[in-house]
Design a protein around this ligand. Structure first.
Ligand code: C2E
Ligand code: CA
Ligand code: CA
Length: 774
C-alpha cells in the first residue's frame, strides 16, 4: 500500500501514538463523566434531605400557627358561635403573622371558612373528608390546581368543633428557595399523578417529556435513590421523593433533577484542554514520526540509491555517518562497490593493454582515434610501426627478450612523441596516432621516428639492430580498403615492405580491386549452391563432466580456383556487403541438419552457431532464424560477438531478447576484446560467456591474462553465466582453467574443427574415454 519505507514508518508510529492518545482521552473523559455523575448523585441525595428538613420546618411552623390559633379562646368561641367576621379576621391575622399562604377552618359539619372568605371548592371537600378519618391530617393539598403543604389542628371548645388548616404554597417560589439551598443548581418540581401519568402539580408545562418523566418517577419510587432521567432536553440525574398527600387526593412527588450537561459544564474546559492536548500530541507525533522515519530511512534510501547507480554501472560510495548496523551495511556495500569498481578497472586495464609489453593494445589505439575524431581533430594519421625480420629475430632472442625489445621500441617512439598513445597492434607491430598538415608532413614525422633507431637496442643478453617499416593511413580517408585506419596502416606496412620503402602511405589502388571483392561475394553465393562451402565442428568439452557436450559450427570454403579460404577472408566482407545473412541462414540450416543427423546416430550435442553482430540489426533475419530454431529439436545456441552488440544496443537487445524467449541459448563471444561493462552485460539474457582465445593462450604464461581470466570467470558466475574458454591448447592451460572454475573448454587440445563424419567418430571415442575415467 505504501511503497516507501518512510511513509510506512510514519503511518505506523503516528497511528500507534494516535490510538494511544485516543484511548487516554476516552479514559479521562469517561472518568470525568462518571465522577461528575457520582458527585451529582450525592448532591441530589443531600438535596433530598435538605428538602425533608425544609418540609418538616415548614410543617412545624404551620403546626405552631395552627396550634396557637386553635387554643385561642376568642377564636374558639367565635367558631362555637359561628361568628364568621371574628373567625375570618383571626385567620387573616395569623396568616399574615406567620407568612402563611392559606388558612381556613373546617367545621365538624364539613363547613369550610377561609381567611378571605373565598370558597375552596374541591380542596375544601377533600380536607373535610380527610379530617373525618384522620384527626391531624397533613400533606400535599391541591387548591385551585396548585400544590400546597398543609397541616391541620383540631379546635376543642372543649368538644371538637372543627379544624384549623394552614397551608403554604409549594410553588415556583418555594422550589426556588429549595434550589437555592442546595449545593448544586438543581431543578425542583412537585408532580401530581393525573390521568395515569406524572405531571407538574402547579400546571406548569412539564420540563421534559411526560411519558419519560412518568416512567422515571414510577421506577424511582419503586427503587428509591437517584437515577438517570433521559428526556428530549438531554440526560439528567434525578431523584423522585414521594410526598404525603392530604386526604384521598392525588398522590404527589417531589422531582429533583440536575441536567448532566450542567454537571459536566465545569469539566468542559478540562475536556477541551484534554482534546486540544490530544490533537497537539497527535500533530507532534505525526511530525515526530516523520522526522524519525526520515532519520531511520535516510541511510537506507542512500543505500538503495547507490545500489541503483551501481547497477547502472556508475562508481558509487555511500557516506557512513553512524556506527550502527546500517553503517556496517553501508561499509560492506562500499567495500563491495569498490571491489566491483576495482575489478572493472582491472578488467578494463587488462582489456586495454598488452600483457607482454605493458603497452596499450590495439583497442586502446582505436579508442584514442575515436576520441580524436569526436574531438574534431583534423589531419589525424595512424602509423603502424613494423619490426622487420620478426620470425628471424624472435627465433634468435626468444619470447621474453622479444617482449623487452618491443618495450624498448615503444619507449623510443614515446620519447619522440611524448603525448601519443603507443600501442601494440600484433606480435611485430606497434601503432600510434598523430596529427599532420598533409601527407608530406606525415611522411616527415614517420621518417623522424626512424631516426630514433640509429642506435642498436641493448637487451639483457643481446644487442639488436632494429629495422622498422612504417605504414601510414589517414583517419578519415574514403574509398576502397579496410574501414579501420589501423587496418589500413597495417596493410600500408606490407605495401611499403613490398616496395622496399621504410615509410609508405596506404595505397588503395594497390590494395585490391573492389570489383574482385564483389565477385568474391557473388562467388560465395554460387559456392553455397554448388556445395563448395561446408561446416566443420569444434567440440566444446564440459570440464566438470569430463566429456564433450556441444560443438561450435565453423564455416569452411574450398574455392575451386583460389583454394581453401579461411573464414576471416570472407566473413568480414560478407558483413560489409550484406551477404552475411544468406551465409548465416545457410550455416544455421546446415548446423541444425547436422545436429539431427548426430541425434540419429545417438549423439545429443548442443549446437553453437556464430551470429554476426550485423544481423542483430535485422528483424527479418530474426524471424527466419526463430522459425528454423523452432523446427530443430535440439538445443541451439547463438554466439554473438560483444563488440557488435555494443554498436546497436537497443535493437540488438530486443532481438536477443526474442531469441532468448524462444529458448535459444545466447553466448557472448570473444569476451575481453570488447569493452562490456558489468552493467551492460547484465542486460543481455545470455547463458554463456566465451573468453577470447587471445587471453586463454596466455593464461599459463602471463600473470595478467590469468588474472583477467580468473576475474572474468568469477564475474560471469556471479551473473549466472557459464564460462567457455576458447583456444585451450595445452594441458597446463586446461588445468589452470579447471582450477579457476571454468565450465567448458574449447581448443586444439580437445580437438580442431572437423567435418561431421570425423566428429561422430570423435564423439564415440570421447564417450568411451569419459566412461573409462568418469
Ligand atoms: P570464433 O568464433 O572465435 O571461432 C573460433 C576460432 O578459433 C575458429 O577459427 C577456430 O578454428 C579457432 N580455434 C579453435 N581452437 C583454437 C585453438 O586452440 N587455438 C587457436 N589459435 N585457434 C583456435 P576459424 O574457424 O578460422 O574462424 C574464425 C572466425 O570466423 C570465428 O571466430 C568466427 O568469428 C568466424 N566464423 C566462422 N564461421 C562462421 C559462421 O558460420 N558465421 C559467422 N558469422 N562467423 C563465422
Ligand atoms: Ca564463435
Ligand atoms: Ca571466439
Amino acid at each position: 500500500m505504501f511503497r516507501r519505507l518512510r511513509t510506512k514508518l510514519t503511518v505506523l508510529y503516528a497511528g500507534l501514538f494516535g490510538v494511544a492518545l485516543i484511548l487516554i482521552s476516552l479514559a479521562v473523559y469517561g472518568a470525568v463523566e462518571s465522577n461528575a455523575e457520582r458527585v451529582t448523585r450525592q448532591e441530589l441525595a443531600a438535596s433530598g434531605t435538605v428538602f425533608d428538613r425544609l418540609w418538616s420546618l415548614r410543617s412545624q411552623q404551620l403546626e405552631d400557627g395552627a396550634a396557637l390559633l386553635s387554643r385561642d379562646f376568642g377564636f374558639r368561641s367565635a367558631v362555637a358561635t359561628h361568628d364568621m367576621a371574628t373567625i375570618e379576621s383571626a385567620l387573616e391575622n395569623l396568616r399574615q403573622r406567620f407568612g402563611i399562604d392559606l388558612a381556613f377552618i373546617v367545621g365538624v359539619d364539613g363547613q369550610v371558612a377561609t381567611s378571605d372568605g373565598r370558597p375552596l371548592g374541591e380542596a375544601g371537600r377533600t380536607v373535610a373528608e380527610a379530617l373525618q378519618s384522620e384527626d391531624a391530617a397533613s400533606g400535599v393539598l391541591m387548591v385551585h390546581g396548585r400544590p400546597y403543604q398543609a397541616i391541620s389542628a383540631p379546635i376543642l371548645s372543649p368538644t371538637l368543633t372543627g379544624w384549623v388548616v394552614f397551608a403554604a404554597r409549594l410553588d415556583e417560589r418555594e422550589m426556588g428557595s429549595l434550589e437555592k439551598l442546595s449545593a448544586i443548581p438543581l431543578e425542583a418540581e412537585v408532580l401530581n399523578r393525573r390521568g395515569g401519568g406524572w405531571v407538574s402539580a402547579d400546571g406548569r408545562p412539564n420540563a421534559g417529556d411526560t411519558a419519560q418523566v412518568s416512567r422515571f418517577v414510577e421506577r424511582s419510587l419503586a427503587r428509591g435513590g437517584p437515577g438517570v432521567l433521559d428526556t428530549s432536553a438531554g440526560p439528567a440525574i434525578a431523584l423522585a421523593k414521594p410526598l404525603k398527600a392530604m386526604g384521598p387526593g392525588a398522590p404527589a412527588v417531589l422531582l429533583l433533577r440536575y441536567p448532566l450537561a450542567r454537571a459536566l459544564a465545569p469539566y468542559r474546559a478540562l475536556t477541551g484542554v484534554i482534546l486540544a492536548t490530544g490533537l497537539l500530541g497527535l500533530a507532534l507525533s505525526i511530525v515526530g514520526s516523520w522526522a524519525l522515519a526520515r532519520t531511520v530511512t535516510r541511510p537506507i534510501s542512500a543505500l538503495d540509491d547507490a545500489a541503483r547507480r551501481l547497477q547502472r554501472g556508475e562508481s558509487v560510495a555511500v557516506a557512513v555517518e553512524t556506527r550502527d548496523e546500517i553503517a556496517r551495511l553501508a561499509e560492506s556495500f562500499n567495500a563491495m562497490a569498490a571491489e566491483i569498481g576495482a575489478r572493472e578497472r582491472r578488467i578494463t586495464h587488462l582489456a586495454m593493454h598488452d600483457a607482454d609489453t605493458e603497452l596499450p593494445n590495439r583497442l586502446a589505439l582505436e579508442r584514442r582515434l575515436v576520441d580524436l575524431a569526436s574531438g574534431g581533430a583534423d589531419g589525424v594519421f595512424v602509423a603502424a610501426v613494423g619490426v622487420d625480420r620478426y620470425a628471424h629475430l624472435r627465433a634468435a632472442i626468444g619470447h621474453e627478450q622479444w617482449s623487452a625489445l618491443l618495450r624498448e621500441v615503444g619507449a623510443r617512439l614515446q620519447r619522440r612523441m611524448p603525448g601519443a598513445t603507443i600501442a601494440r597492434l600484433s606480435s611485430d607491430m606497434l601503432g600510434l596516432a598523430f596529427q599532420a598538415l598533409d601527407r608530406g608532413e606525415a611522411r616527415a614525422v614517420a621518417t623522424g621516428l626512424l631516426a630514433a633507431f640509429d642506435e642498436p637496442v641493448r637487451l639483457a643478453r643481446a644487442t639488436v639492430d632494429v629495422a622498422l617499416t612504417i605504414g601510414l593511413a589517414e583517419q578519415d580517408a574514403t574509398g576502397p580498403g579496410p574501414a579501420s585506419p589501423v587496418e589500413r596502416a597495417n596493410v600500408a606496412v606490407e605495401q611499403a615492405r613490398a616496395a622496399r620503402q621504410p615509410v609508405g602511405l596506404f595505397d588503395a589502388d594497390a590494395y585490391g580491386d573492389p570489383a574482385s571483392n564483389l565477385s568474391l561475394m557473388s562467388e560465395m553465393i554460387e559456392g553455397l549452391a554448388a556445395g563448395q562451402l561446408s561446416l566443420h565442428h569444434q567440440p566444446k568439452h564440459d570440464i566438470r563432466r569430463g566429456r564433450v557436450t556441444g560443438v561450435e559450427a565453423l564455416v569452411r570454403w574450398r574455392h575451386p580456383t583460389r583454394g581453401f579460404l579461411p573464414p576471416d577472408r570472407f566473413i568480414g566482407l560478407a558483413e560489409q556487403t550484406g551477404h552475411i545473412r544468406a551465409l548465416t541462414e545457410w550455416v544455421l540450416h546446415e548446423a541444425i541438419e547436422h545436429q539431427a543427423a548426430m541425434r540419429l546416430a545417438g549423439r545429443e550435442v548442443d549446437m553453437s552457431v556464430n551470429i554476426s553482430g550485423r544481423l542483430l540489426g535485422d528483424p527479418d533475419f530474426a524471424d527466419v532464424a526463430l522459425a528454423m530454431a523452432a523446427r530443430a529439436e535440439g538445443r541451439v545456441c547463438f554466439e554473438i560477438t560483444e563488440t557488435a552488440v555494443v554498436e546497436n544496443p537497443d535493437l540488438a537487445l530486443a532481438l536477443i531478447d526474442r531469441f532468448s524467449k524462444a529458448r535459444i541459448g545466447i553466448s557472448i563471444d570473444d569476451y575481453g576484446t570488447g569493452l562490456s561493462s558489468l552493467a551492460y552485460l547484465k542486460q543481455i539474457p545470455a547463458h554463456e560467456l566465451k573468453i577470447d582465445k587471445a587471453f586463454v593462450v596466455g593464461v599459463s604464461e602471463a600473470q595478467r591474462d590469468a588474472l583477467l581470466v580468473r576475474s572474468t570467470i568469477d564475474l560471469a558466475h556471479s551473473l549466472g553465466l557459464k564460462v567457455t574458454a576458447e583456444g585451450v591448447e595445452t594441458d597446463t592451460a586446461y588445468a589452470l582453467l579447471a582450477g579457476m572454475g571454468c565450465d567448458l573448454a574449447q581448443g586444439y587440445l580437445i580437438a580442431r574443427p572437423m567435418p561431421l563424419k570425423e566428429l561422430l567418430t570423435f564423439l564415440h571415442e570421447d564417450e568411451v574415454e569419459a566412461r573409462r575415467y568418469g
